[in-house]
Design a protein around this ligand. Structure first.
Ligand code: GDP
Length: 558
């Protein structure tokens, strides 16, 4: 029977059985067929009744377990290296790459794919080797776990540090099996090694030699000590996992890196977990989609198809996909549907924005980093400018007909940096009077955006005190209202567009717009210092003698 069958019948947890077998030197995944002797040994160890029966006496339940065995072929494990900065992740990856990458890859021109394969006992292991990958590689991308195994590098002379703890949390959250590489043993003391193991235990990573289940491999990434053993352990661990890839299922993978390449358009490196990716396949990927135009392997050789777990450069994306996006091959209908949905989605969002007070813009630039830079600046600009700028779409490469259509629907202006305009797009733009502005200097583009965002901005005004008066008498005039009789002590009082603030002692008691101003019972526009006058405020009439009144007018800010 297999390990899974034994566990099912005996109700012993699979992990317990696998660990027990490992300690006996047997690397047995769930579907590993156990010898009769091993079953007997397991039965006696876990106190399960044991008897030998012939195959045709196998219970129906056992047969159904055998039948439900997952379809598919083994695929190479995808390994991510995580840990605190300076603990030796890069050094370890470099060492493995130099020492173990297949001979044919050495010397030949290899292209950077963000991952590479090494062979251990003739079985490939794939290492993700792009910095920053750990952020996404330990999470699940729509149900697909990016990395199968995590190597937690901890420098023994430094111990568990903040990013170690962060990595442990992420590993736990993702449920990824972990192997600890206790690095820098060439310079750590045995006391430091023990202390590091103790802290690991505190974070629930109890080392095997302390009775736990976490394999801790002491290594020196710099000298290579222990690295072959680490690779063996990874190999063993991967054997224990059911890493099966159904080659007949639609291809599912994720984006490791993406970039715009001269002459090849938007390309990305992809690793698939299942299915075969072929030239000509339609796919959807995050917000974009495409049709595979070429596949190129680590040696830069063109392939017609790639198997699961093989990093490959893929061409044919409609737009640059995001790192970590899920790529799925789909039917032509789904591809079309996705394409339309993306455009519709963008346009409905965009029209909403355009309908608001802001300015709709479309950005096109030559590569990902210039796009990011422009977007970053726009976000900053938008916060402080008079009118917010709404980027309804930002893409890499030429201005296309789609962009013109979108610009028409959203009344957007198109800004291009270091790019050209597609011929048909240029004609469409002319027909629809769409403005396309092209630049080869980023700050010029930003300057123009700033001017655009400041257009129609009202001149900022501030209040300026121009006079002060003291109330001498309060009149209640029938049919008119309460009037303050006052003397101007300094400056002047004016009627038009002026506001008055009333103080009683130290406290402000009211304010209002001056609605009438009289001197000698005649309406005047202005009363100067020293003169007596009468006025009424719109919004305040609760006068008492000795109230102090300050007169303000609005002037443009300096
Ligand atoms: P990362 O930030 O985790 O990628 O760390 P690096 O690989 O850049 O290593 C940081 C420093 O530690 C470098 O100066 C390495 O040379 C050094 N280092 C890495 N591994 C070892 C090791 O096993 N022994 C010693 N003595 N130094 C190491």
């Amino acid at each position: 029977m297999t390990v899974a069958q034994f566990c099912n019948i005996s109700e012993i947890p699979v992990n317990d059985v696998i660990v027990y077998l490992l300690k006996k030197g047997i690397a047995a995944p769930k579907n590993y067929v156990l010898s009769e002797k091993t079953v007997e040994d397991l039965a006696s160890h876990f106190s399960v009744p044991f008897a030998t029966v012939s195959t045709n006496e196998l219970s129906q339940a056992d047969l159904s377990i055998a039948a439900s065995k997952k379809e598919g072929e083994r695929r190479a494990p995808i390994v991510v290296i995580v840990g605190h900065i300076d603990h030796g992740k890069t050094t370890l990856l470099d060492y493995i790459r130099k020492a173990r990458v297949a001979e044919k890859e050495k010397g030949g021109i290899t292209q950077h794919l963000g991952a590479y394969q090494v062979l251990v006992d003739n079985d490939p292991i794939v290492f993700l080797d792009t910095p920053g990958h750990e952020a996404f590689s330990l999470i699940r991308v729509r149900g697909l776990k990016v990395a199968d195994i995590a190597i937690l590098v901890v420098a023994a002379d430094d111990g568990v540090m903040p990013q170690t703890v962060e990595s442990i949390k992420r590993i736990k959250a993702a449920g990824t099996p972990v192997i600890v590489a206790l690095n820098k043993i060439d310079k750590a003391t045995s006391a430091q090694v023990e202390a590091t193991k103790r802290s690991l235990a505190q974070y629930d990573l109890l080392p095997e030699d302390w009775g736990g289940q976490v394999v801790v491999v002491p290594i020196s990434a710099k000298l290579g000590t222990g690295v072959p053993h680490l690779l063996e352990v990874i190999h063993l661990q991967s054997q224990l996992m059911d890493l099966l890839a159904d080659k007949n299922a639609p291809c599912k993978g994720f984006i490791l890196e993406s970039k715009m390449e001269k002459g090849r358009g938007d390309v990305a490196t992809v690793i698939c977990h299942q299915g075969i990716l072929r030239v000509g396949d339609f796919f959807v990927c995050g917000k974009t989609q495409g049709k595979v135009t070429f596949l190129s392997n680590a040696q830069g050789q063109i392939e017609k198809e790639v198997l699961p777990s093989m990093p490959v450069l893929v061409g044919g994306f409609d737009e640059l996909p995001g790192v970590g996006d899920l790529l799925e091959t789909v039917s032509f209908e789904r591809f079309k549907e996705h394409k339309n949905r993306v455009v519709e989605h963008v346009s409905s969002l965009a029209s909403m924005h355009a309908a608001s007070e802001g300015i709709a813009i479309i950005i096109r630039s030559d590569n990902g980093s210039s796009k990011e830079a422009i977007m970053g600046e726009i976000a900053k600009l938008s916060k402080k400018s008079f009118k917010p700028l709404h980027v309804v779409f930002a893409g890499i490469g030429m201005v296309t007909e789609n962009d013109i259509e979108l610009a028409r629907d959203t009344q957007a202006i198109i800004y291009g940096f270091n790019i050209k305009v597609d011929k048909q797009a240029a004609l469409d733009a002319k027909k629809d009077s769409i403005v396309i502005k092209l630049y080869d200097i980023i700050y010029k583009l930003l300057e123009d955006l700033e001017i655009l965002a400041e257009q129609g901005k009202p001149i900022k005004k501030v209040s300026k005190k121009i006079g002060e008066a003291v109330v001498l008498k309060v009149f209640d005039i029938k049919g008119i209202g309460i009037v303050a009789g006052a003397q101007i002590k300094s400056g002047r009082f004016v009627k038009e567009a002026a506001k008055a603030i009333v103080y009683r002692g130290k406290y402000k008691v009211g304010e209002g717009v001056i609605k009438s101003l009289q001197r000698d019972k005649k309406t005047v526009r202005e009363v100067q210092t020293g003169f007596e006058c009468a006025f009424m405020l719109d919004g305040f009439s609760d006068w008492i003698v000795d109230d102090r009144v300050e007169c303000y007018i609005e002037v443009p800010a300096e």
